[in-house]
Every structure is written in C-alpha cells, then in structure tokens.
Design a protein around this ligand. Sequence first.
Ligand code: ADP
Ligand code: MG
Length: 330
Amino acid sequence: MSAITPAPEHRATAFGADVLHVEDLRVEYVTSAGIATAVDGVSFTVRAGERLGLVGESGSGKSTIATALMRLLRPPARVAGGRIVVDGVELQGLSDEAMRRMRLATIALVAQGAINSLNPSARVEDQILDGLVDHGRAGRREQRRRVAEVLRQVGLRPEVARLFPHQLSGGMRQRVCIAIAISLRPKVLVADEPTSALDVVVQHQVMETFRAVQDDLGAAMILIGHDIGLMAQFATRVGIMYAGLLAEIGETRKIFGNPLHPYTRLLIASITTMERKTELKGIPGLPPSLIDRPTGCPFRDRCPFAMERCAVEEPLPRPVDDRLVACHLY
Ligand SMILES: Nc1ncnc2c1ncn2[C@@H]1O[C@H](COP(=O)(O)OP(=O)(O)O)[C@@H](O)[C@H]1O
Ligand SMILES: [Mg+2]
C-alpha cells in the first residue's frame, strides 16, 4: 500500500460558506511548574464540505484546540486570547445554556478515546437518544426512527441499538460514537484521533464512514491525527501543528506534493521510511518546553536550515505557493 495517496482534487466551488473560523487562538495550562502555552496563536477557517486535517506530534496542542472549539476547556486550561466563530456565532459571548444547545446540534466532537468512554451500562440506542432527548428533538417515535437512521448511516445493523458497548468491536464502538456525533446533523464535525485504537483495515473503514457521513451532512470537518498517510488520503486541506503553532496549512495536494516548512518536509520524508501506523518519531530532537517558550521559532533546534534570525524572531504564517507557512526561509 502506498503511504501517500492524496485526496482527490476538489475545486474551490465544491465548498460552501465558512462555518468555522478560528482567529489567533491562545490556550494556556496553569501548572505548578509555570504557565504552559499549549496553543500559541492559531488561525484557520473551515468551509462547509471541507475536511481539514490537523497533524502533529503528541503534545502539539491538537486536542486542546478540539476542546476549545467545543468550549469544554476546564482548569487548569484557560483561553488566553483569540476568537472562535461557529456558524456565525462567536463562542466567547454565549451563555452556558446557549453553548450547550450548540454542542451536538451545530458542532459535535468525537473526542480522543471516545470509544472507551461510552457508558458501559447503557444500550447503544439510549446513548444516541440522550442527545436527541436533551435537545428536545421530536417525539419518542421520531427519535427511535432517527436512531435507526444514524446507525444505518454509520454502517451498523438496526439490532446494534439493543446492544451494550462491551458487545461491540472497537470499530463498531467508534461507529456508535460517530452516530452520536451526527445525530443532530451538526454543521461542524470534529474527530480527535478517531482511529488510533483501531487496526489498519478498520481504520480505513471508519475513515470511509466519516467521509460518507460528512458528505451527507455537507459539514465542515476537522480530523485530528498523527498518521500523516491516512490524513493525506482523507483531508482536503491539512494543517501541520508544531508546539502549539501551525507551521504550514494548505491544500493536501499542495502540501504533500511540495512541502515547504522544514518540519513538514521531515514529517513527509519520515513516513517513507517507517511503518504507516508509527508515531511521528522519525525526527531527531524534542519539541521545546511550552513553559517560558523561547523566543524565535520553536522548531529551530531541530531544523537543518536554522539561521540566526530564527533564534530571535518568531516566524508568522505568510502566504507562499497557495498556502500559509510560518518559516523565515520564505
Ligand atoms: N491537563 C493538563 N495540564 C497541564 N498541561 C496540559 C494538560 N493537558 C495538556 N497540557 C499541555 O498542553 C500541551 C498540548 O496537549 P494536547 O492538546 O493534548 O496535545 P495533542 O492532542 O497534540 O497531543 C501538552 O504538551 C501539555 O504541555
Ligand atoms: Mg490529543
């Protein structure tokens, strides 16, 4: 199997309006060792119908972004700046009640490790019904119909509704998590490492299911992962995260065809020499501490092209060859 098969080209007109807009997002964790800046000024937009992949090493801030999008960050995390606009609504200004109504109905998250967080003592149908009932959607009969419908959409037989999580395989549990996430037809769907716990064949089936449900909803999707090969096949655009920053973001085809940021280049080079499911460990060195972040570029200590300027001046994302790159080389 070839490691990288870019997603088919999509014309710009294939996508709808901006439904998710993140601007200069900053998130900190207040720890006994100091304040860790886990997300340090991240901006991106996702349009209806688009699938944005966020890729990066463990600890690069991916889950923190996903959690911030749901406004579910809890201490010691705090949003230190920036704005998030979902379907035209700025999240900061919302009451807790209004935010609760947006979750699932407008923006839904399949959280990291979700397949292990299903309620072990509740049947699948009751776990799907929870969201429908909570949002006061339709009568009992209509709700049951919707449960059957979403199960079918994620490729599960209707009988699965009566089963408990322990009676399901990992792939089936992940499908249940997808069913819950799409039950109210959200406009933004976020999936955080949705296939990490699954074997390679099941990973592909689950990704195909995501693709099908996202197509059907016409939703904007964010797919978070560290498997850059899988991302190349699935995402229409990719953002490469490094130490809380977006090193490079653009169309998948552009980035895989001609990676520009040295970190992206090393990441893509590393997968040709490794098994696909491997974590991103092929690059020597470690990411910097997020506490008292050093000045300049956070990648400079591992970068083969580092210059003096990289130690003193943080590179800001700049448009280069149809994408944004945060590097002084450009
Ligand atoms: N509960 C926490 N307390 C303190 N720091 C945290 C906590 N969760 C995450 N962090 C910090 O945020 C960084 C980013 O974490 P995370 O968003 O989970 O990364 P990823 O999902 O990319 O692996 C971590 O490197 C860590 O420094
Ligand atoms: Mg994570």
